[in-house]
Ligand binder design. Structure first.
Ligand SMILES: Cc1ncc(C[n+]2csc(CCOP(=O)(O)OP(=O)(O)O)c2C)c(N)n1
Length: 578
């Protein structure tokens, strides 16, 4: 076996089924080994960033290593953003990168980039294979590091190394893929129980780490009469059939989360690294449980930190805390949530003969005046919630489509949700969807894209076509970098630099080989989405949405409200001047 063959055989053993990238130069021995390996398919993308995003999504959805490749120099540089997405999403990903031949390393040769330096910040493991004797140990170390750190490992392959024969007998490869599940320290656990017992009211902030302990978490909340605020990443596993959840906090959130935080004497953070300190209560006793001790106290002061597995800690707390029979705090948060939900759910009630679209529009009109008749993005998201199956995978672009998903798409327990929720990169939804779809071509995969996001990596719509990946791409086409427009207006600035001159994206998609629809009338939306979800092969629905739709955060302060007002006046003045 040569070096390249051993790498490919090794990742096939791990269960990797696809490798993403652009072929060329030093990586030719790898692609040749993939061509001869039945267990792995090569997926050639148009931009390497898409390959890295796809690998990141695969690792997130399956837990199995995602693999992408970048050729010497620029091909590897292009991987960076998607690799950051994987690293910040805690997804084990291996990047195999090309390098100039060994004799040229260090001479600033054509295309030479120092990968071991370039990837220093993003990858927990970086190594250049310079002799065949380093194999298979370097591969094992790279894979083990990706799993152990839930992050990125980069293996660099100079042009003259891939074809070197690995010396010695062909020994089986040994990978370590399991992660430790540390139990909570009994003394600290007892302290946590005492703090909880002393507090009159408790609110839980549950993150992704709490998902595997769903039933114990609900029992704990029941015992403590505690509302549960869910992070966006916890939504996919903890939202459904949960009488304690009160939705999300942060910019995408709703007012009930604020009621839950404001009314708490003690905040119990479970398996979450929720990144917005400004949305967390600061004047409460806080207990934080996280498997990774370095996460504790970095968002808000933790009066007590348990560096332990969230699931084990939740079960132990459930068994040891005293019950809090008074439900007033839980009731207050839940009632606020029900009112808010009712306003949202009014969009999608199935209680008449009318089409979903006209029912939804009839209900939403009284809520927010919309004289222009432009399609509301809320309506699109609400309708996607209806049209998509119970086990659909949703991906959302960074931008307003994540807000619309958080508010209008309900999780079922079998639906999945992937986004660039820690890196916050644009253009992730379509590449993430490609990755997930390649793992299971029968599963419904829905990408909720911004027009800015989709057009940023537009070329890879071609990958959906050439690989016949039946993704459902829905574009919230507001002709804007909408989230930035919102930021500017909140700050009292006139909208500037956010307008996008888009072509008819459905026509572009059609020319690229997708089946597509352009929707400009709300009454056509339901039919277009249903058709798109039942058509073979990749489909795209380009929905022209109202750019002036405003998403109000859970608590709009006077400053922000004033900002909107000032911005609107300034925009009027600017447009008059023009
Ligand atoms: C790669 C990258 N560039 C810029 C940003 C800053 N940014 C965040 S959201 C956003 C606008 C997104 O616009 P669009 O995709 O059209 O979605 P919308 O908000 O209009 O729904 C921008 C520019 C970013 N997060 N990532």
């Amino acid at each position: 076996m040569n070096v390249a063959e051993q790498i490919v055989a090794g990742i096939a053993e791990l269960g990797v089924t696809t490798v993403w990238g652009v072929v060329g130069d030093a990586l030719n021995p790898i692609t040749e080994a993939i061509r001869r390996e039945d267990r792995i398919s090569w997926i050639g993308v148009r931009h390497e960033e898409v390959g890295a995003f796809a690998a990141s999504a695969q690792a997130q959805v399956s837990g199995t290593l995602g693999v992408c490749m970048g050729t010497v120099g620029p091909g590897s540089v292009h991987l960076l953003n998607g690799l950051y997405d994987a690293a910040k999403s805690q997804a084990p990903v291996l990047a195999i990168c090309g390098q100039v031949p060994r004799a040229e390393i260090g001479s600033s040769y054509f295309q030479e980039v120092d990968n071991d330096l370039l990837f220093t910040d993003v990858a927990t493991f970086r190594a250049t294979i310079t002799t065949a004797e380093q194999m298979p140990r370097l591969l094992e170390q790279a894979v083990n590091a990706a799993y152990a750190s839930s992050g990125v490992a980069v293996l660099t392959l100079p042009g003259d190394v891939g074809e070197l024969e690995v010396p010695g007998p062909n020994r089986p490869l040994r990978f370590v893929t399991q992660r430790p599940t540390p139990a909570p320290d009994p003394a600290l656990l007892a302290e946590a129980v005492a703090l909880i017992d002393r507090a009159a009211t408790v609110t839980i902030l549950a993150g992704r780490g709490a998902i595997p302990a769903r039933s114990a978490l609900l029992e704990l909340a029941d015992r403590l009469s505690a509302p549960i605020v869910l992070t966006l990443k916890a939504k996919e596993g903890l939202e459904q059939d949960n009488p304690f959840e009160v939705g999300q906090s942060g910019l995408i959130g709703n007012p009930a989360s604020k009621v839950a935080f404001d009314g708490a004497e003690l905040l119990l953070m479970l398996g979450t690294d929720f990144p917005y300190p400004e949305w967390l209560p600061s004047d409460v006793t806080t207990i934080q449980v996280d498997r990774d001790g370095s996460h504790i106290g970095r968002r808000t002061r933790a009066d007590l930190g348990l560096a332990a597995d969230a699931g084990l800690s939740i079960a132990a707390l459930r068994d040891q805390v005293s019950p809090k029979p008074d439900r007033a705090h839980l009731r207050a948060a839940r009632e606020r949530y029900e009112v808010w939900l009712d306003r949202q759910q009014a969009l999608v009630r199935n209680d008449g003969e009318q089409s979903l679209a006209s029912r939804a529009m009839a209900r939403i009109r009284p809520l927010v005046e919309n004289p222009s008749g432009a399609i509301r993005p809320e309506l699109v998201a609400a309708m996607l919630n209806e049209v998509a199956g119970d086990d659909a995978v949703f991906t959302t672009d960074t931008g307003m489509s994540t807000v619309w998903l958080a508010r209008f798409v309900r999780m079922t327990g079998t639906r999945r949700l992937i986004g660039s929720y820690n890196l916050g990169s644009m253009a992730n939804a379509m590449p993430h969807a490609l990755g997930v779809q390649a793992l299971d071509r029968q599963r419904e995969v829905v990408a909720m894209c911004g027009d800015g996001g989709l057009t940023m990596l537009l070329g890879d719509l071609l990958t959906a076509v050439s690989e016949n990946l039946p993704v459902r791409i829905v574009v919230f086409n507001n002709g804007r970098l909408g989230m930035v427009k919102l930021e500017q207006e909140q700050a009292g600035l006139p909208e500037y630099g956010t307008k996008l001159d888009n072509p008819d994206l459905a026509a572009v998609a059609r020319a690229m080989g997708l089946t597509s629809w352009r929707v400009e009338d709300p009454d056509d939306l339901e039919a277009a989405l249903r058709d798109a979800f039942h058509t073979e092969g990749p489909t795209l629905v380009d929905v022209v949405t109202n750019p002036d739709e405003i998403a109000l955060p859970p608590a709009t302060d006077l400053h922000q409200a004033w900002g909107f007002a000032i911005a609107k006046v300034k925009e009027t003045l600017v447009s008059r001047e023009e």
